[in-house]
Design a protein around this ligand. Structure first.
Ligand SMILES: C[S@@+](CC[C@H](N)C(=O)[O-])C[C@H]1O[C@@H](n2cnc3c(N)ncnc32)[C@H](O)[C@@H]1O
Length: 233
């Protein structure tokens, strides 16, 4: 399955408008992040409108990421958690891990003002799959090499979900009510899923599982993004 994906999609690194890299699937006009700014987008969609929304009254947060890809969201979450003295349990699903020759060239760690960001970024990629590791103090990390289409998630576990799959036009099967039902039941009451797509099919699939949909202003280059809320936060 993995080699088939690599054969289908050749990758190359490009620079987005905020100077941070992203990966492009050659011939698909599909990138891992916004070309208007990869770090800018991740900070806006997942940190500001996901993590920050939930951390107001909590000191420990459980996070699920669907589509870990480059590990950028893990790195940004670690920076936020360190700054806000937050304990994190991070559970990331990735079906097609980014190859070492690619992640080693990405500039995410060097663009941060953190002395240990390069070490943490290496650790994100070099830690064992399917095992819980201590990425840093108070930051437990488990990355799972599996497809969200098959993976049975733990129940009532997560406070925040970063849903960062490829665009629904490219991979519609990842944005269905079956996938969102699995995620909904893995979330605690009073939790939030954040994602960049506001397509009608996405909103309908989420609503059918019990999510309450809220539109939020988008990052530069995108008018709106989505929060799907479980419970009443
Ligand atoms: C938009 S990109 C990832 C962005 C990522 N969060 C980052 O910051 O680099 C989508 C990711 O979803 C992964 N993916 C594709 N199909 C998947 C599946 N069925 N289950 C889990 N992950 C999948 C891709 O390999 C890719 O890494």
């Amino acid at each position: 399955m993995i080699s088939l994906f690599c054969q289908m999609y050749q990758k190359r690194i490009i620079k987005s408008e905020d100077g941070s890299h992203t990966i492009e699937l050659i011939g698909q006009n599909e990138q891992y992040h916004s070309t208007h700014g990869a770090i800018q987008e991740s900070n806006h969609v997942y940190i500001k409108h996901g993590l920050e929304r939930i951390t107001q009254n909590a000191d420990t947060i459980s996070i699920l990421e669907v589509g870990m890809g480059t590990g950028l969201n893990v790195l940004l979450t670690w920076i936020y958690a360190k700054k806000h003295h937050l304990k994190v349990n991070y559970y990331a699903i990735e079906a097609f891990p980014v190859e070492e020759e690619i992640w080693r060239q990405l500039n995410y760690a060097t663009l941060q003002n953190e002395s240990d960001s390069e070490e943490i970024y290496d650790r994100i990629h070099q830690s064992a799959w399917n095992e819980t590791t201590e990425l840093a103090k108070d930051f437990k990390f488990k990355k799972i090499e599996d497809s969200i289409l098959e993976h049975q998630l733990p129940k009532t576990e997560f406070d925040v979900v970063y849903f960062d799959a490829f665009n629904p036009d490219l991979e519609p099967k990842l944005w269905t009510s079956d996938v969102f039902e699995n995620i909904f039941s893995s979330m605690k009451n009073e939790s939030v899923l954040s994602t960049y797509s506001t397509k009608g099919i996405v909103k309908r699939a989420m609503k059918s599982c019990g999510f309450k949909i809220e539109k939020k202003p988008g990052p530069p280059g995108k008018r709106e993004i989505l929060n799907a809320v479980k419970g009443s936060i």
